[in-house]
Design a protein around this ligand. Sequence first.
Ligand code: NAP
Ligand code: MG
Length: 495
Amino acid sequence: MTRTRADWQAIADSLSPRTQAFIDGKFVDAVEGQTTTSISPATGQSLATLAECTAADVDLAVKAARRSFESGVWSRASADTRKATLSKLSALIMDNLDELAVTDSLDMGKLVTDAHTIDVPGSAMILQFYAEAIDKLNGEIPVTPPGNIALVQRVPLGVVGAVIPWNYPLEMAIWKLAPALAAGNSVVLKPAEQSPLSALRLAELAAEAGLPDGVLNVVPGRGETVGRAIGEHPDVDVLTFTGSTEVGKMFMSYSGASNLKQVWLECGGKSANLVFADIDNLNEAAEFAARAIFFNQGEVCSANSRLLVQREIADEFVAAVVAQAKNITVGHPFDPAANMGPLVDRRHTDRVEEYLKQGVALGSVAAGGRRLTIEGSDCYIEPTVITNLAADSAPAKEEIFGPVLAVIPFDTEDEAIALAHNSEYALAASLWTGNLSRAHRVAERLHVGTVSVNTVDALGVTTPFGGFKGSGFGRDLSLHAFDKFTGLKTTWIRY
Ligand code: NAP
Ligand code: MG
């Protein structure tokens, strides 16, 4: 069913967002009574006035999480019970597909059709994957001397703090919550200030699914207050974070200065897309190259924001990418004709605009390059392609987190690999070639978390996702995510 803008707007008009913190199974005001507003970047208008929590609320949430964990109501519940509860939550997410999609779209500007076909169904599917995995996590019996047996089990770690960004509000929450809850932990989640609404609704749905009180707590508020309080809390056992490298480093400090909680970081990226002259289909590769940077307004940690293209096809390839960029319609996220919505907020758009200015000054703008005002909101950026940039210039090297592609030509395979590695990040890379040996040779040498060959940004619930170097460590998705949320416990019996 294709919906019109009016259809989406009617759903938006019918929403009544949850605006309080969710602690110990109840919606509550912030202890200190402060509130803040959530603004839609599509219109600049306020969506809701909601609780702005502080360290006092975090403390209540951690206490509730600890109580629920120690009680065993979830941590020692049968695998069947946990599986049924999380499966129910997965189903409830799909029952509320329209509402959740519209909520994330309004809150942070992504196309509602993407939220509706990707974010929300993806979240339900990921939750189902971890629900199904609960009774398949077997332990080990290692070899021990005669008369002894040792049981090695995966046990939940206790209270998990989760701090997430705004680019995939519901999905980032699920990436963390699904394996953490499946493993039997209790969770305190801080959504991003810009996009708190779907996480609050998710907490309510979790309660409806039968998740016991205190097992999932959602504390909206600012990073410097709520995020920091979670990071420094002496009774949080594990901290799982997705966001910038800068803030990721802070969580390491918070841990070191408090209780040595485990810290798992999914941080930034400046992923390279390596296009060799021997590609099978130039237009297809160009279409993927454009999608890899313009999808979700370029607000994707693994966005292929550096296009490394072999010199002999560079002009033709860039022209094909530019044609793709010029075909993109920027507009209101409910507009069925739009292919790109607004960036998350004015502050972030200012930051991206700064990089546009540098790109204009330091390179040549082949497409886009301007900030746009649409329907009264100036949070829009044209899909932009910049050529003739030095590899070490800021727009070619720093994470922009917007629809800005830096193009750098190369001559040889070695040079391409060296350019790809010329980054503080190591999250992902893509490579395009029609030569099987080159595909394997280059993929093997690329030191990043995920290499996509003849595609871009490949990702799935069954495969681990995460980076090396400044992109962090630990893996989301796949069964490996359980490594973050369980500990190995040995019980040694002499008989
Ligand atoms: P961010 O500024 O690092 O924020 C991420 C989260 O950390 C937010 O909830 C934020 O709170 C909180 N935070 C901010 N300052 C903090 C502090 N001093 N102490 C504790 N918590 C703090 O990142 P962002 O701008 O929201 O998101 C974009 C970044 O996320 C990009 O770098 C992107 O690459 C990265 N990202 C990575 C992945 C991945 O899987 N590798 C996926 C998506 C995004 P506020 O609500 O106050 O902002
Ligand atoms: Mg918002």
